[in-house]
Write a protein that binds this ligand. Structure first.
Ligand code: 4AD
Ligand code: MG
Length: 466
């Protein structure tokens, strides 16, 4: 029976018992007197276990001495308490079998030396072997588990919203078109028409930019719902914060106004931060060391500080008064750029999380609820230090006549929204929701500066390998 290294550290394996471990060599040191020390990981934990091999093993000279970082091996031995101070346990091996070698170790891109994140991006398939990517991946796992758990305990249902949709939910026009390339299309093509594709069964279809609209339909009966899934944006933004394919958590709740949902978003964020702090202590330490920043301190500060709420009007007043790098005055209706957002979050509010609310309606999507001033909508953007916007949300327009006038105003086709309008025709209720860019939240928690490093296989402008 295979034992897991995590079981050893959980003290589930008795000391002095015989165990079998299968895993990968992280590091090997050999002494001149015929002893080798191998650090082994098996994926079950960030911790490794030291295996001691000595020259009495029959394959010591021919095989064990040739082992390098990355070999997969199987070890039979006795678990003992280590006499060294570096580690608590070690395994005195009786047999070591090589499962998979590293062919030509000079060419292995992931050696035990430190590599830059840029270098590792060329090897998305091998980079999960590094401590850095492993730590991020383990945090990613706890983060999503804690989100599901928080929502479950607050009576939210998980609704899988469709990936193929017929609407551009955010109305930005930056969407991927889904087309068909089947036998029929290929047959009907001449040679120089090879790139002709058919529409999705004769209708326009897109990859989802947000599941919100369909999620609203379930919020209008289950009351509290959420969606967690891949989301696609065709914006040509080649930045460290944009992916063409990212994961979004979307929460939608009936009978919540914007302040209720903002409050709820704050609780959700703080709960997940606490969980990561508790369950990923080892990974946070690994990241802090590798990136040379104190990540836990940053997280603790966010847990202990209330989110600062200010209106868009207040935000532009502050910027116009205090921001030194403005070339010209920001007018009501101007969008805030990322430098201006960072000024507010980092300089003016000293690295707090801030929520900007009540944006001019012309900056936001058609579905946001018009405020009494008829100029602004009940929208919120939650901005984090170092990253910028991580959460976007709003109260939704539940009044059919006003929704219709917004659809008209924005030149959208009322017919396309017939089912969405039905939700307002039949038993409409006030409701609100938000979307969290999951990778951006993960960047904040891990201290990673480029979004390409927190998703296993990044898809960005000009880049969709594998
Ligand atoms: O602000 P957005 O566009 O909001 C919506 O889509 C709403 N329908 C959500 C809702 O209310 N249910 O996107 C939400 C979040 C952003 O705040 C950002 O964190 C993230 O999604 N996001 C991206 N993350 C990575 N790459 C991109 N290209 C992103 N675009 C948005
Ligand atoms: Mg937004």
């Amino acid at each position: 029976k295979i034992s897991l290294i995590s079981d050893i550290y959980k003290e589930l394996v008795p000391i002095n018992s015989n165990i079998l471990i299968k895993g990968w060599v992280k590091n090997k040191r050999s002494s001149k007197i015929g002893i080798s020390f191998l650090d082994i990981q098996d994926g079950s934990t960030s911790q490794s276990i030291q295996v001691i091999a000595n020259k009495k093993l029959i394959n010591y000279k021919n095989e064990i001495l040739t082992i390098t970082t990355g070999y997969s091996i199987s070890i039979n031995g006795i678990l003992v308490l280590s006499k060294g101070i570096q580690q608590k346990y070690e395994i005195l091996s009786n047999t070591i079998k090589i499962i998979g070698k590293i062919k030509n170790s000079n060419h292995y891109p992931i050696t035990s030396k430190k590599h830059t994140l840029e270098h590792l991006r060329n090897f998305s398939h091998l980079r999960p072997r590094t401590n850095l990517i492993l730590a991020i991946t383990r945090i990613r796992n706890i983060l999503i588990q804690s989100i599901h758990s928080f929502l479950y305990h607050n009576n939210f249902y998980w609704i899988p919203t469709p990936i193929i949709t017929s609407l551009d939910a955010e109305g930005t026009g930056e969407i991927f078109h889904v087309c068909v390339k089947n036998k029929k299309t290929i047959k009907n093509c001449t040679n120089n028409q090879k790139n002709i594709y058919e529409k999705f069964f004769n209708q326009d279809a897109y990859l989802t930019v947000s599941g919100q609209l369909t999620l609203e339909s379930y919020a209008c009966s289950l009351s509290r719902v959420y969606n967690f899934g891949p989301t696609f944006r065709a914006e040509n933004s080649n930045t460290s914060r944009h992916l063409s394919e990212f994961w979004m958590l979307e929460v939608e709740a009936a009978f919540f106004n914007m302040h209720n949902i903002l409050n709820f978003a704050e609780k959700l964020i703080k709960y997940t931060l606490k969980e990561v702090l508790k369950k990923n202590a080892i990974e946070l330490e690994i990241l802090s060391k590798l990136l040379n920043i104190n990540i836990s301190e940053r997280i603790v500060k966010s847990i202990n500080t209330k989110i600062i709420i200010l209106t868009y009007s207040k935000a532009i007043n502050i910027l116009n008064k205090h921001c030194s790098f403005l070339k010209k005055k920001i007018l009501f209706g101007d969008d805030l750029n990322s430098d201006q957002e960072r000024f507010l979050v980092e300089k003016y509010f000293n690295y707090s999380i801030i929520a900007i609310i009540d944006f001019p309606k012309k900056l936001k999507a058609f579905y946001m609820r018009i405020n009494d001033d008829n100029q602004t909508v009940a929208a919120m953007d939650i901005l984090f230090p170092y990253i910028g916007e991580i959460i976007g949300g709003s109260q939704r327009e539940e009044r059919l006549d006003i929704l219709d006038s917004r659809i008209r105003e924005l030149g959208l086709n009322k017919k396309d929204y017939w089912w969405y309008r039905d939700l307002r025709k039949y038993g409409t209720v006030p409701h609100s929701g938000f979307g969290i860019g999951f990778e951006r939240l993960l960047m904040y928690i891990t201290g990673i500066n480029n979004i390409r490093d927190v998703i296993p296989f990044p898809r960005t402008v000009n880049h969709a390998n594998f």
